[in-house]
Design a protein around this ligand. Structure first.
Ligand SMILES: *Cc1c(COP(=O)(O)O)cnc(C)c1O
Length: 352
């Protein structure tokens, strides 16, 4: 605290990102990065864009990238917004579309950045408890609200809400914006983007950080009715005209164009997840069904914080949340087959 701080800053509770260790050789299964790395074509495009033209500002509207995303998802370019990571897109969503008189709703167990944005932009919110099995009960959201947001699959549980239930939520809340954060949808979910044409209150947010393995490039996007996109453009053009630099635009475009690499790597992650789930179950872990690139697991007889600490001693880091209802769970990112094998070997000595 400092007397130079504004009241707003003094009152903030910032988000705490998962650790990015400076030590090499750790098996890093704590922040849901993709172990396979970006498409070689994306890397080549970034290298090719690294030239004299960096003296010039990038396209403030990233029109080329919007067109590529629109073509990829069967919408028009004016249905697409792009930002510096989906976290930035979400920030603009909170200010531009979720700040109303009534409180917004999100699950009690959900992405922990949402309450942080509520604090930053002074958005009133109420949390809605998930069922005991961590599924979302859509009827609990059928009440007056200023908007609804949740990840699908949810984070950190990995649990998917079927698209039919997303649609009934949209119908029951036609007067508020419903934001579906699809950071993990490519690992087993069905995107709600096709519903955008029928539901002007739907905004779908996605990222290139997970399924396209570009967390370091910082590119995220939203798809929705042109009126919702215009709100985000108004916020963006009142904040930073150039959120995506030339390298990010070039790399993101090439990543979308390399469909084959995308399909191959996401299938590899899904296959490894299924093996990891079976191996963890064999060690006595209980698992929430996962449609994401991570699993959420609890051991009935081992303390989760102690297990995370013991894994660290073996050079493996996973995520543990000190939060009611989930303090006995570990969130484990699906790594390569080798990384997951190392995890299972370590767990055999820790819980076995
Ligand atoms: C990773 C993640 C994001 C943020 O992604 P970036 O595009 O890297 O900012 C957003 N929402 C959820 C639920 C996530 O897990």
């Amino acid at each position: 605290m400092s007397r130079f701080w504004s009241d707003v800053v003094t009152g903030l509770t910032p988000y705490v990102p998962g650790e990015q260790p400076k030590l090499a050789n750790l098996v890093k299964l704590n922040t849901n990065e993709n172990p396979y790395g970006p498409s070689p074509r994306a890397l080549e495009a970034i290298r090719a864009a690294t030239n004299e033209s960096l003296k010039l500002y990038p396209d403030p509207n990233a029109d080329l990238l919007k067109r590529v995303i629109a073509a990829n998802h069967g919408v028009d370019a004016n249905n697409v917004f792009v930002g510096n990571g989906s976290d930035e897109v979400l920030a603009h969503v909170f200010l531009g579309l979720l700040r109303h008189r009534l409180p917004i709703l999100f699950p009690d167990i959900s992405y922990s950045f949402y309450p942080v944005y509520c604090g930053l932009y002074q958005v009133a919110h109420e949390t809605v408890p998930l069922r005991e099995d961590f599924s979302i009960r859509v009827v609990d959201y059928a009440r007056p609200n200023g908007g609804i947001i949740f990840p699908n699959p949810n984070a950190p549980t990995g649990r998917l809400l079927p698209l039919v239930e997303v649609e009934s939520l949209l119908q029951a809340n036609a007067d508020s914006v419903v934001v579906i954060d699809e950071a993990y949808v490519d690992f087993g979910g069905e995107s709600a983007i096709p519903l955008v044409a029928r539901h002007p209150n739907l905004l779908v947010v996605q990222t290139l950080s997970k399924s396209r393995s570009l967390a370091g490039l910082r590119v995220g996007f939203a798809v929705g009715h042109a009126d919702l996109i215009e709100a985000l453009e108004r916020v963006k053009n009142s904040f930073n005209s150039y959120p995506l630099d030339r390298l990010a635009i070039a790399g993101a475009v090439a990543a979308f164009e390399d469909r084959e690499y995308f399909e191959q790597t996401r299938r590899a992650v899904i296959a490894t997840r299924e093996k990891l789930v079976a191996d963890l179950a064999a060690l006595g872990f209980e698992l929430v069904p996962s449609a994401a690139n991570f699993v959420f697991a609890r051991h009935p007889r081992r303390d989760a914080a102690e297990t995370a600490q013991a894994l660290r001693q073996h050079g493996i880091i996973v995520r543990h949340f000190k939060q009611a209802r989930i303090e006995q769970f570990l969130r484990i990112t699906v790594g390569t087959d080798e990384q997951c094998a190392a995890l299972i070997t370590a767990l055999k000595t820790i819980v076995g």
